[in-house]
Write a protein that binds this ligand. Structure first.
Ligand code: SAH
Ligand code: SF4
Ligand code: F3S
Length: 464
């Protein structure tokens, strides 16, 4: 559509080197997906990916706004890019710099003001317009666009085929958030909850399968709130979507992230017990174990409700690996509140989880709440919680030793004929003498379970 604005296209200019594109991705998996899609949009314009900013003609920083540190990283990176751009200008070459993603959405004007080397700013719902924006930038440096688009415009405008390589892929099915947790910027940067129609998701999954993808991870800020339009025109749900995806030949494994406890429907829990393709892994953030703090966070669920939910999920799928997110040092958090979080973690036992120190985000209600916790206290709590989570992760991995598990082999390993893949619970698994089987799901006997990964050998080789 918009590509016609750019001319000449590289094919008109035979012999000219491909234009080089460097995308640096920060933040969550949805940004990883978006970066891949930006590359897809730019490929027809002759942009080929490169690994460094140094030799790129077009640099995109796909940014994250979730914590202050994440946003600040962008400005220091932009400072470095400015130097590269200036050096190029001296030899009469240009470098176009774009800021995309959630910082672009939240503080676009501020970016342009703080770093004049930035040519364009593009929010998460507008990157399908990159070709047009690039063309305009070429005419007038400093063009900035708004990002007030609905996600469906973006998805409709993206190329149908994806440039994926490998056997696993992300697939965005839902975007945005209506939950308004008091600490979080996502409802402001990604907009209202919106789900892609089932037909669009299935079409993208079929395309992925035809390119050899065997495992898809469905993405959404609240993916289990998925309610995309179904075949009969009425809203579907994530369980039904998972069943439909499992029907696609080649799609053997399905995961989804991130989920909210309040959207964990009975259907979805039942699917975990019944649908083989649905992997026994669930990222279900709770943020805090204290009811008082959960209320202040506007999480709309209490501690007991979360614990009961975990019991029901485990009843449906006893071997499920649970993952989560925690925030320590939320305004007003006392030692007793923190102890409630520690207690909840001990009760649930996680296979892996993330703990963050609360970071006040401008414009969110919690940023101005009374009782901001001193950084030293929050840091101390972070260390205590992380130590427990690390211990649980190590124990979970060690408990896989001796099991025979299906592993999707994804790529060559580091040593000899090793191949590396993923377990059903998402840990990397290094498998001896398996390189010729990359792309397959094979039974592997686990011989070691370290903190970060598992090691083993093909079942057929037992005793060799
Ligand atoms: N949609 C997901 C999470 C999105 S953000 C959910 O509802 O759980 C990813 C994680 O970043 C959150 O789970 C939270 O733990 C953390 N986070 C978000 N805002 C934060 C803030 N202001 N300070 C610290 N951590 C934050
Ligand atoms: Fe942020 Fe809460 Fe929405 Fe998750 S549910 S994205 S933490 S507002
Ligand atoms: Fe960050 Fe935006 Fe994802 S703020 S976590 S990149 S939704």
């Amino acid at each position: 559509m918009t590509e016609t604005l750019l001319s000449p296209t590289p094919s008109d200019d035979a012999g000219a080197p491909a234009k080089r594109l460097f995308i640096k991705t920060y933040g969550c998996q949805m940004n990883v997906y978006d970066s891949e899609r930006m590359a897809d949009v730019l490929r027809p314009l002759g942009y080929a990916a490169t690994d460094t900013a140094e030799d790129a003609d077009f640099v995109i920083l796909n940014t994250c706004h979730i914590r202050e540190k994440a946003a600040e990283k962008v400005y220091s990176e932009l400072g470095k890019l400015r130097e590269l751009k200036d050096a190029r200008a001296k030899v009469s070459r240009t470098m176009t710099i774009a800021v995309a993603g959630c910082v672009a959405q939240a503080e676009g004007e501020e970016i342009m003001r703080r770093q004049p080397a930035v040519d364009l700013v593009v929010g998460p719902q507008a990157y399908h317009q990159l070709p047009e924006l690039l063309a305009r930038t070429a005419r007038a440096r400093g063009e900035r666009i708004g990002a007030d688009f609905a996600p469906n415009e973006k998805f409709d405008a993206l190329p149908a085929a994806r440039g994926v390589e490998g056997f696993t892929a992300f697939l965005t099915v839902q975007e945005g958030c209506d939950k308004f947790c008091t600490f979080c910027v996502v409802p402001y940067t990604r907009g209202a909850e919106w789900s892609r129609p089932v037909a669009a998701v299935l079409a993208e999954a079929r395309d992925l399968a035809s390119r050899g993808v065997r495992e898809v991870t469905l993405l959404g800020q609240n993916v289990n709130a998925y309610d995309g339009e179904g075949p009969d025109g009425s809203p579907s749900n994530l369980a039904k979507l998972a069943y439909a995806l499992a029907e696609i030949p080649g799609i053997d494994r399905i995961r989804y992230t991130t989920s909210h406890p309040n959207d964990m429907s009975d259907d979805l829990i039942a699917a975990h017990g019944a649908l083989e393709a649905l992997m026994p892994w669930l990222h279900l953030p709770v943020q805090s174990g204290s009811d008082r703090i959960l209320r202040a966070m506007n999480r709309k669920h209490g501690r007991q409700k979360y614990l009961d939910l975990i019991d029901r999920i485990r009843a449906a799928r006893p071997d499920i690996a649970l993952s989560g997110d925690f925030i320590v040092g939320f305004p007003g958090e006392t030692e007793a509140d923190f102890e409630q979080t520690m207690d909840l973690v001990r009760r649930v036992t996680y296979a892996s989880a993330f703990a963050f120190m609360y970071s006040p985000r401008p414009g969110t209600p919690a940023a101005t709440m009374a009782g901001q916790v001193p950084e030293a206290t929050a840091r101390e709590r972070l260390h205590v919680l992380q130590a427990l989570l690390f211990e649980q992760q190590a124990a979970f991995n060690a408990s896989r030793t001796g099991m025979t598990i299906p592993v999707l082999l994804e790529k060559p390993g580091r040593f000899g004929a090793q191949a590396t893949g993923r377990s059903p619970w998402l840990q990397p698994v290094h498998v001896e003498d398996a390189a010729p089987l990359i792309g397959q799901i094979v039974p592997v006997r686990i011989e070691s379970g370290g903190f970060k990964s598992l090691g083993g050998r093909l079942l057929q080789q037992k005793g060799v």
